[in-house]
Design a protein around this ligand. Structure first.
Ligand SMILES: Cc1ncc(COP(=O)(O)O)c(C=O)c1O
Length: 410
């Protein structure tokens, strides 16, 4: 029996997260399947930014570092995010970017394992991660070794100081078993830094239960913090006292306003900070997290999985005949909240879809990525997106497009 639009609408009416869609200002006529790259705008952010700009910055000026507790914002927002990560409030802070935080944590972790000779990392991870791995290893005089994510647990040795990998791969959405992989890394006496870029706010996480050591994650994807929103850092409580990260800026100083010539590391997660936070972005991110209020992470994960499963079923039913192949697992327990589909004309298909109001993205050489953000997408959106895609294939609509310029956004 083919899947019908009516059946999708019926499934939406049983959705325990149906109400969270109204928390977003979604553009009319757009089905947004790129929340894995840049999340949609939560409604509350605009009013909060008006207040931050008009009152906190415009009127109260520098007093807001105290009166509006700007100074405490990295820790306060970290504590607000912590339950979404399955972490304790004092184990998370908000700062810098993923790449910068990865650098800080890799060096800090390697310093906790002196004498070991390598950093082990995921081959095929997001390139920025592995550029950072290479540079950190070079700086520390360590080797950098790369193996596929699924082989990290078997490849770790007593020479590995730290291993790093994505929990959900940015291209395929392949999801690792965080507890099992962390356990294997620990049995070799090494530490792990998880990249949660495609996990935070998209799937259920349990950093505490998985005994994770360190993690970095993204504010601007499924957490909807806005373009360039600051990243988050997790350091397990047991490692905080020994955290010796290399970017020893004044915000990580125990008493920054004493202006001491000598560096004295702050306690707790403040030791992970370096510089003055980007306050507007940080406060926009804080407001964006309100969209997660009263959301059970298991409901969120189940919904993301259901949307992806529906897309996979509709793909098989209506798109595979055009020569598409799935680049993501069919098993929802091993997949994040996006699905990648390969086709030689993938770039043109994505561009033709964007012109029809269906926004996905493309990763070279031939992968179309569709992100299913559980807070604001419905089954009927998935159905309508696949219907549009089927038409694009039927009419080979990519042939009508202008050739892409050198700077085309993919
Ligand atoms: C898996 C992964 N890691 C790292 C990054 C880079 O993040 P940032 O620009 O915050 O350094 C991204 C960006 O999309 C990503 O997807």
């Amino acid at each position: 029996m083919p899947i019908t639009r009516q059946a999708c609408i019926a499934q939406d009416s049983d959705d325990p997260l149906a109400h969270t869609r109204d928390r977003f200002a979604l553009p009319e006529g757009t089905i947004y399947l790129d929340g894995n790259s840049l999340g949609a705008l939560p409604r509350g952010v605009r009013a909060r930014m008006d207040d931050v700009i008009g009152r906190e910055w415009g009127r109260d000026l520098i007093a807001s570092w105290n009166s509006a507790d700007w100074y405490g914002a990295p820790a306060r927002v970290g504590a607000k995010l912590a339950p979404i990560l399955g972490a304790e409030p004092d184990e998370v802070t908000i700062t810098d970017s993923i790449s910068v935080n990865l650098f800080k944590l890799l060096v800090a972790a390697a310093r906790m394992r002196p004498g070991r000779r390598e950093i082990l990392a995921e081959a095929g991870n997001f390139p920025s991660d592995n550029h950072i791995v290479e540079s950190a290893a070079r700086m520390l005089g360590l080797a950098a070794r790369f193996v596929p994510a699924g082989e990290i647990a078997g490849a770790v040795t007593r020479d590995t100081a730290v291993a790093t990998l994505s929990h959900v791969n940015y291209r395929s959405a392949a999801m690792q078993d965080m507890g099992a992989v962390t356990g294997a890394i620990h049995r070799a006496g090494a530490l792990v830094v998880w990249d949660l870029a495609h996990s935070s706010g998209a799937v259920a996480l349990d950093l505490t239960g998985s005994s994770a050591d360190f993690a970095v994650g993204c504010g601007y994807k499924y957490l909807n913090g806005g373009p360039g929103a600051p990243s988050h850092v997790f350091v397990a409580r047991r490692h905080q006292a020994a955290l010796d990260q290399p970017l020893t800026g004044w915000f990580g100083h125990a008493d920054p306003f004493r202006f001491d010539d000598e560096f004295a590391r702050a306690d707790g997660m403040r030791a992970a900070l370096c510089s003055t936070p980007p306050m507007l972005s940080l406060l926009a991110f804080e407001a964006a997290l309100d969209a997660f209020e009263d959301v059970e992470m298991r409901d969120l994960a189940a919904k993301g999985r259901a949307l992806c499963d529906l897309f996979v079923a509709l793909h098989d039913e209506r798109l595979a005949r055009f020569g598409t192949t799935l680049a993501s697992s069919r098993d929802g327990s091993m997949r994040g909240s996006h699905v990648s589909v390969r086709h030689p004309e993938g770039f043109g298909v994505v561009q033709a879809l964007i012109r029809r109001g269906i926004v996905g993205d493309f990763r070279k050489p031939d992968a179309m990525r569709f992100g299913f953000a559980p807070l604001y997408l419905r089954c009927v959106d998935v159905y309508d997106a696949v219907t549009a895609m089927e038409k694009v294939f039927e009419h080979e609509a990519w042939r009508d497009l202008e050739p892409a310029g050198a700077g085309a956004v993919t």
